[in-house]
Write a protein that binds this ligand. Structure first.
Ligand SMILES: Nc1ncnc2c1ncn2[C@@H]1O[C@H](COP(=O)(O)OP(=O)(O)OP(=O)(O)O)[C@@H](O)[C@H]1O
Length: 322
């Protein structure tokens, strides 16, 4: 399958500093892809290069087959971009604002009004479309922004921190809407965020940016494997016997398995970090040693945990090096 977005060795330098460093990434039609990373990681710079709004030092951004640097007009026709700050005519209604944008995009007079109304209904602004934008909440403005982006029938939409400042229900509804649009209309969505939980809810795949580098990409289980490497499964157990008294014998027993990398005591349970799912081995080993198990479960990692543990591990390694 040909990717709809193809970034090849894309780099951007400010002075001597690389904001984006040799980025390679393929995104396919109909995917919801999350650009995730802390402040300053290079997400917005990457988006600007994809839109042809800033030139890369080296490499290429191919969008729907067009080079964003040499052919930004073709790219602009196919991509809808929702920046993190929106500007509307506040004393005009949502419908008037949308019609204005439709005209700017060259849509004919006849189809504009009908299409604008349909879109405002689609994004959930049916009741508010004839109210002035000055009366809109942040969430409503974001929906209007989405309608602005969709009116030119883009193949790709790029949303920069789209849920900033919206209340939790608004965020949920907005993300659901994006997911629906992508799945029903086969729209490719690129979403930049530092909110892991939101990205996890809505994205098919995620790319994790740190200091201008894409350090991992994939779905959540893949990211977990790549970032946590040898410790991507954690099994938590609790025994009827005292773990304080028995922890060293248990560690010796369990660490005989090559798949078990670390065993730590945490409060009154034992955390066993493994490369694979070895729960049955753990259970058998402990039962054979006459321990009585109170519970055993595999801890599922969300993006939040993966991210936090990745940075914890990195800091630990840095400390060890220093
Ligand atoms: N015009 C510029 N001139 C100099 N440095 C810049 C410029 N634009 C961005 N940078 C730097 O490049 C790095 C990447 O910035 P970028 O805005 O792409 O990050 P980001 O991941 O989008 O962050 P945020 O989540 O805060 O928006 C940062 O260190 C930033 O200070």
């Amino acid at each position: 399958m040909t990717p709809i977005i193809k970034l090849e060795n894309l780099s951007k330098k400010y002075g001597t500093f690389y904001a984006v460093n040799k980025l390679n990434l393929n995104i396919y039609k109909g995917e919801v892809f999350g650009l995730l990373g802390p402040n300053g990681a290079g997400k917005s710079t990457t988006i600007l290069m994809m839109l042809g709004l800033t030139e890369p030092q080296s490499g290429k951004a191919l969008i729907c087959g067009f080079d964003a640097t040499t052919n930004p007009i073709q790219v602009k026709k196919r991509v809808g971009y929702l920046p993190d700050t929106l500007g509307f005519y506040e004393n005009r209604t949502g419908l008037e604002n949308l019609i204005y944008i439709a005209h700017l995009n060259g849509l004919s007079e006849q189809i504009t009004i009908q299409k604008a109304k349909e879109l405002l209904i689609r994004v959930g602004l049916e009741k508010e479309m004839n109210k002035k934008v000055s009366t809109y909440s942040r969430g409503m403005k974001q929906r209007l922004g989405l309608a602005d982006v969709l009116i030119k029938n883009p193949e790709i939409i790029i949303l920069d921190e789209p849920t900033l400042g919206i209340d939790p229900k608004g965020v949920r509804d907005f993300l659901l809407l994006i997911r629906q649009l992508s799945k029903e209309e086969h729209l490719t969505v690129l979403l930049s965020s530092h909110n892991l939980h939101q990205v996890q809810q809505v994205c098919d795949r995620v790319g994790l940016f740190v200091d201008g580098n894409l350090i991992a990409e994939g779905d959540i289980p893949t990211l977990s494997k790549v970032l946590l490497k040898e410790q991507s499964y954690t099994v938590e157990i609790k025994l009827q016997e005292s773990l304080q008294e028995n922890s060293s014998i248990i560690k010796t027993l369990l660490l005989k398995s090559e798949d078990i990398k670390k065993v730590t005591l945490q409060n009154d349970s034992l955390l066993i970090y493994c490369t694979n799912d070895v729960t049955s081995y753990i259970a058998k080993t402990l039962i054979n040693a006459n321990f009585n198990m109170q519970y055993l479960h595999i801890k599922e990692y969300g993006l939040d945990d993966i991210y936090q543990r990745y940075f914890e591990n990195k800091n630990e390694n840095n400390k060890q090096i220093a």
